[in-house]
Ligand binder design. Structure first.
Ligand code: ASP
Length: 352
């Protein structure tokens, strides 16, 4: 079923070469007109989302959980479609899809984020516009309901690319991003996970942050809008038991998030340290742009590098010609794809 949908999508994909774009340079402090695009009159759109990758096996997931995850991924696709189908920008679409998943306690982003070693929730996010390569990233937020919205405000402001901590929350608050009591982000399931993590640590001394769940619940979206522009966004609570102010790959531009109209848009999930060391998202785009690899070839090759270093996870990738790819080296990745050509897929396991 999915294979035939993919075949249909490939057949329908536009074959036109990527159009070079003029890099818009915005003077420091000047607001970027990043939402000022007029509705498109031609071209199709593509949207991919993920809700994390890892040890996601049928025998570990109940039928109800399976259905809940699929419904949540589908809801994120619909949020992005609401923007793209009326000619909206890829940037608005990825933000809308990610905000929806940030509110969903199923995912390790926004509400439902994993706990740090100090039993707090610290949130990281990034968003990037492939049209201008403008980017915004935030790390260690504790009160902003939608970290991706703060990242978007950083992008729009244009003076800096990355803000951290309470100052970043304040920056978001000043620009209208809803602020919550930190307790709002905490869920009983994530409390159980940190309790288990700290119990194991007390017993065995060395416990890997990756052992608790063996599942990464970061969320992300990539899109190509009807005007041919790309965007990527990623949001996460990071890793259970993280400490010392640890920041993962999600908000690192070029590691967990990247978009360049000349190549592709990428959002990643997985063992962040490896994704930072490999520079996963930029590396995929560089292979596409400079070596002429297909999205799938580039994504698979870079994920193989992550694996070779000992890391695991996955990526979603969208290209300027409407093509797209998933690549992951885990047993599953919560993922979905929707296009104006009628492709509509939601999948979890690696054999789907
Ligand atoms: N990549 C994230 C991090 O390392 C974790 C995840 O994907 O869930 O912070």
């Amino acid at each position: 079923m999915i294979l035939s949908l993919v075949a249909a999508a490939l057949a329908a994909a536009q074959t036109a070469a990527p159009q070079p774009f003029a890099d818009a340079v915005t003077p420091p402090g000047e607001t970027r007109a990043d939402t000022a695009e007029t509705p498109a009159t031609t071209g199709g759109w593509t949207l991919l989302v993920h809700g994390g990758a890892g040890t996601i096996r049928r025998d570990r997931i109940t039928a109800e959980q399976d259905a809940d995850y699929r419904a949540a991924i589908d809801a994120a696709l619909m949020a992005g479609r609401a923007v793209l189908a009326k000619g909206g920008s890829a940037l608005d679409a990825v933000q809308a899809a990610v905000e929806l998943m940030e509110d969903d306690p199923l995912f390790n982003a926004g509400r439902g984020a994993v706990f740090t070693h100090d039993r707090t929730n610290e949130l990281d996010a990034a968003i990037m516009d492939g049209r201008t390569r403008a980017a915004g990233a935030v790390a260690r937020l504790t009160t902003s309901r939608h970290p991706v919205a703060v990242a978007r405000a950083v992008l729009r402001d244009g003076r800096h690319v990355m803000l951290t901590g309470a100052d970043a929350d304040r920056f978001g608050a000043d620009r209208g991003v809803e602020q919550m009591d930190p307790a709002w982000f905490a869920t009983p399931h994530r409390r159980e996970q940190i309790d288990e993590f700290l119990r194991r640590e007390a017993g065995a001394k060395a416990v890997s942050s990756y052992d608790i769940d063996q599942k990464f619940g970061t969320v992300g979206a990539v899109a190509r809008d009807a005007r041919g522009h790309l965007a990527a966004a990623t949001s996460t609570g990071g890793l259970t038991g993280k400490r010392w102010g640890r920041i993962g790959d999600a908000p690192i531009i070029g590691a967990g998030t990247y978009a360049d109209d000349r190549a592709c848009a990428v959002s990643a999930t997985g063992a962040g340290e490896y994704f930072i060391r490999v520079g996963v998202a930029h590396e995929i785009c560089a292979r596409v742009r400079l070596a002429g690899e297909s999205l799938q070839q580039a994504a698979d090759a870079v994920m193989a590098e992550v694996l070779a270093l000992g890391g695991s996870g996955g990526v979603i990738v969208a290209g300027p010609d409407g093509r797209s790819a998933f690549s992951f080296n885990t047993e599953g990745m919560y993922r979905g794809r929707l296009t104006s050509d009628g492709v509509h897929e939601v999948a979890i396991y690696n054999d789907e």
